[in-house]
Design a protein around this ligand. Structure first.
Ligand SMILES: NC(=O)c1ccc[n+]([C@@H]2O[C@H](COP(=O)([O-])OP(=O)(O)OC[C@H]3O[C@@H](n4cnc5c(N)ncnc54)[C@H](OP(=O)(O)O)[C@@H]3O)[C@@H](O)[C@H]2O)c1
Length: 232
């Protein structure tokens, strides 16, 4: 099945690499970035390789921006098959929760929790029009409750909370057969992961592509790393 796949924060890092791989596999990808010019290099690559893709501005923290995109996509495509909530920030590497700056916590929750939820609220009717809808929330093992520890507190809390969103939304959308899962990409060499990270981007992408292109009878309401289920 050729999918129409919307990816947030797809101008660099995992969003960009996953989008290009999905294009290579024959899917049509909607690349988005909060600065449209940052999509120009991808646009060039897509044109050279004759991939199917479109490019739009989207700041996931701005509900108006999400609603504008919804209008454009509704007009152009009338449905989407996969939403990948990928955009994320990690701004509190060395902070303690005991004196956590509240603006930093709010900003992190805004990008990593409320924004993906807003995307789901705005786009679920377009996903319901797919014959095999999929939502992927890019999460992290840093949000796993079992192994929760000190360091990066706002990031951990935001990823734990998006996992709860995955669970609740997956239950609500079961009757529409929309698969909703959280995916940990691994510790990956991106701007966020840093050069010391254990995985190259191309080693992480197959797990994300798999989750974005699940079959009709694929899993829902689960947390995955590299195609394998992991605990919450
Ligand atoms: N790399 C890792 O080791 C790792 C591990 C676990 C989970 N993750 C998760 O994987 C996802 C992708 O991370 P990455 O490693 O690819 O990070 P990255 O290279 O830092 O890329 C983050 C992307 O999110 C976008 N973004 C941030 N705020 C946004 C906003 N308000 N609106 C639209 N886009 C926004 C950025 O856009 P700009 O260019 O405009 O800033 C960028 O495209 C994140 O959800 C992250 O938490 C990563």
């Amino acid at each position: 099945m050729k999918r129409i796949i919307l990816i947030t924060g797809s101008n660099r890092g995992l969003g960009k690499a996953t989008g290009l791989k999905l294009c290579e596999l024959g899917h049509e990808v909607i690349f988005t970035s909060r600065k449209i010019d940052n999509l120009n290099p991808i646009k060039k690559e897509v044109e050279t390789k004759k991939f199917n893709a479109s490019f739009y501005e989207l700041d996931v923290c701005d509900l108006g921006s999400i609603k504008n995109l919804k209008k454009v996509i509704t007009k152009k495509y009338n449905h989407i098959d996969t939403l990948i909530n990928n955009a994320g920030i990690l701004n509190d590497r060395n902070d303690s929760i005991l004196n956590l700056n509240s603006k930093l916590l709010h900003d992190t929750m805004d990008t990593n929790l409320f924004s993906p939820l807003n995307m789901i609220q705005q786009f679920n009717d377009l996903i319901k029009k797919s014959s095999n809808g999929v939502i992927v929330n890019i999460s992290s093992v840093l949000g796993q409750l079992d192994s929760m520890t000190i360091g990066m507190p706002s990031y951990r809390i935001s990823k734990c909370a998006i996992n709860a969103v995955t669970k609740v939304v997956s239950e609500e959308l079961k009757e529409n057969n929309i698969k909703v899962n959280s995916v940990h990409p691994g510790w990956v060499q991106t701007d966020m992961g840093g050069s010391e990270a254990s995985l190259k981007i191309e080693e992480s992408v197959p797990g994300l592509v798999w989750a974005a292109t699940l079959d009709q009878d694929g899993p829902t309401g689960k947390f995955f790393f590299n195609k394998k289920e992991i605990p919450w």
